[in-house]
Write a protein that binds this ligand. Structure first.
Ligand code: 3HC
Length: 356
């Protein structure tokens, strides 16, 4: 089944029509190019001080505001990787829409996969406010030059994997993304509020699938346990490299883009999720997992960072398949983008003629 969504986004200062060219107002273009001129000239220290004071005071930085080039670049990097993760993330679950075990499960799954497409649209929109076009970002993804979350390079061989994705992957996403609602960049923070609401529904539907399987026949319980075994460690890897290996965390925390470090969020996720696994009667596949009463935290075994690096380099179980599917979808959607652009152009011309 192909689900097509034509979305018209309205952000302050610009308009975008489903997949067509992005149209900025002149104002935003000017603001972006003025900021670029300052950046190239080595950045005005008075502007930098004002920017840092605003970050310190928890003010939101908005698209037309002056910002350091490195702040802009960090946001473009993170928001675009996030957007790519949302749309690549549609693939492992989209794979199960035709095979969901009931009409209700099918309609829930369709809604969830559509939500992920919507999240991609909000996030590409937020990235565009920083002066980069969505088409450029998509080209980077399709050329294999852009990163997206490691987690979506794993296969979904059974229905229980759909439960595990909702429970663990969306659960990890919420843990990581709730703090992003307080990110210092306004458009990203605002996009995250709605995304997090929807992710909560996704997490609950996944847990509900796991609960049904865990309370079902022996075979169903085995399916649920196998899916937990497959997804546990990759879910912990979603939070990124350990703090000692993370290149960007320290600066991103200073800029209040990230509010917690990768290890802090990973720990919160483990502490939150282990009791949920116990409630399901499933075993977390970690022989070193134990409760440390003094620290009031779970201690867990070492993560296989070699596996993480291999996935990032394109050698995960499904990297090639995912990119091939995105490239095919992009080609098959070409006529939709062209039609939406032609429609928008015709309406813009009619509006201009009426105003003249
Ligand atoms: N998968 C792929 N790449 C990853 C990664 C992961 N799980 N974790 C880290 N990386 C990459 C980083 O992007 C960075 O690459 P770059 O320098 O080439 O850009 C490099 O590894 C070093 O990592 P850092 O810790 O220094 O990078 P960050 O400070 O950016 O932290 C992050 C990584 C925690 C993922 C952060 O970017 C973040 O919070 N991003 C926003 C949330 C996001 O993108 N989540 C992805 C999942 S979305 C999702 O799950 C959808 C939902 O529907 C389920």
């Amino acid at each position: 089944m192909i689900v097509i969504r034509i979305i018209t986004c309205h952000y302050p200062g610009r308009q975008w029509h489903g997949g067509g060219a992005c149209m900025y107002t002149q104002g935003l273009n000017e603001a972006a190019s003025k900021a670029g001129a300052h950046d190239a000239a080595g950045e005005d220290s008075a502007l930098l001080q004002r920017f840092e004071a605003r970050i310190e005071a928890e003010e939101k930085i908005e698209p037309k505001d002056w910002m350091p080039a490195a702040y802009r670049q960090t946001l473009i990097r993170q928001i675009s990787q996030h957007a790519h993760s949302e749309i690549v993330g549609m693939l492992p679950e989209g794979n199960w829409i035709t095979r969901a075990p009931s009409l209700l499960r099918k309609s829930i799954l369709i809604a969830k996969v559509q939500d992920e497409g919507g999240h991609g649209a909000y996030l590409y929109g937020a990235a565009e406010t920083l002066g980069v076009s969505r088409a450029e970002l998509i080209d980077q993804l399709l050329a294999g030059q852009a990163k997206y979350s490691s987690i979506f390079n794993y296969p979904t061989p059974t229905w229980a994997d759909i439960g595990a994705i909702g429970w663990l992957v969306d659960g990890a996403a919420i843990m990581n993304q709730i703090p992003l609602c307080r990110c210092s960049y306004g458009p990203y923070a605002r996009a995250m509020i709605r995304i997090c609401r929807e992710e909560s529904f996704h997490q609950r539907q996944g847990y509900d699938i796991m609960l049904k399987l865990a309370r079902g026949s022996g075979e169903q319980r085995r399916m649920a346990q196998d899916a937990l075994d497959r997804w546990w460690w990759p879910s912990l890897m979603m939070f990124g490299p350990s703090d000692t290996a993370s290149q960007h965390t320290a600066q991103s925390v200073r800029w209040k883009i990230k509010r917690f470090t990768n290890d802090e969020l990973r720990q919160k996720f483990v502490d939150f999720t282990v009791p949920q696994a116990k409630f399901l009667g499933l075993n977390v596949p970690d022989s070193e997992l134990r409760w440390d009463a003094a620290a009031a935290q779970h201690r867990f075994g070492p993560i296989d960072w070699n596996e993480f690096q291999q996935v990032l380099k394109g050698h995960g179980p499904c990297n090639r398949e995912r990119l091939a599917a995105r490239r095919a979808a992009h080609e098959q959607g070409r006529w939709v983008r062209e039609a939406a652009s032609a429609y928008a152009a015709r309406h813009a011309a009619a509006a201009a003629a009426a105003a003249a």
